[in-house]
Ligand binder design. Sequence first.
Ligand SMILES: Cc1cc2nc3c(=O)[nH]c(=O)nc-3n(C[C@H](O)[C@H](O)[C@H](O)COP(=O)(O)O)c2cc1C
Length: 201
Amino acid sequence: MDKEWEKEISRIRPDAHAINPLILARWSPRAILTDPVPEADLLALLEAAHWAPSCFNEQPWRFLVVRQEPFLMRLRACLTESNQAWANRAPVLLAVLSVPNFALDGRPNRWHAFDAGTAWGYLALEACRRGLVAHAMGGFSQKAVREAFHVPEDWGVHALVAVGYRADAETLTPEQREREQPTQRKPLNEIWADGEFFFNS
Ligand SMILES: Cc1cc2nc3c(=O)[nH]c(=O)nc-3n(C[C@H](O)[C@H](O)[C@H](O)COP(=O)(O)O)c2cc1C
């Protein structure tokens, strides 16, 4: 993340209560270069993810890293068409998985999805820090991923993530280009309540 971007993003995404600029700087571009991602960077993303907190330090997250052409083809085929339209260019696709049972005694770990989500968040922040895009996708067939990669039926298959370097928005279709900008957020007071349950939805 460079200083220029840090300044620009704080204008686009103002934080009423000053936070770590990296959190504001992370967003989900779709224009991605086909250039490969160095192994060291890829490992650093996984390193960041695996320092996430988890229930009983179970670390239930698993990341299937896909970067060789035959495997990429297999995973791309699991994406919806609208995701394929941009994510097919990504040199790396990750599948965010999780183990549903505690290793110690096999009891169900009801926090496995929660913890995998935290780990993905850490990964995304580290990607941004390194000037990489990490764009999560829920638009894919879980069944197809399970079949294509032999993922056990009870494991969580939460998201696929496109990873790569950012490309010029000109490489996108006009519809995709229109959405190629950092999103905003709901007003803060809509997402928290003080003591009593007081939410509209
Ligand atoms: C679990 C999850 C699923 C998502 N699915 C898709 C998807 O299928 N296609 C897509 O283009 N973006 C997808 N996104 C990206 C979101 O649209 C994006 O994160 C959200 O609009 C907030 O924007 P930002 O990440 O740029 O801050 C997904 C994000 C998450 C976390």
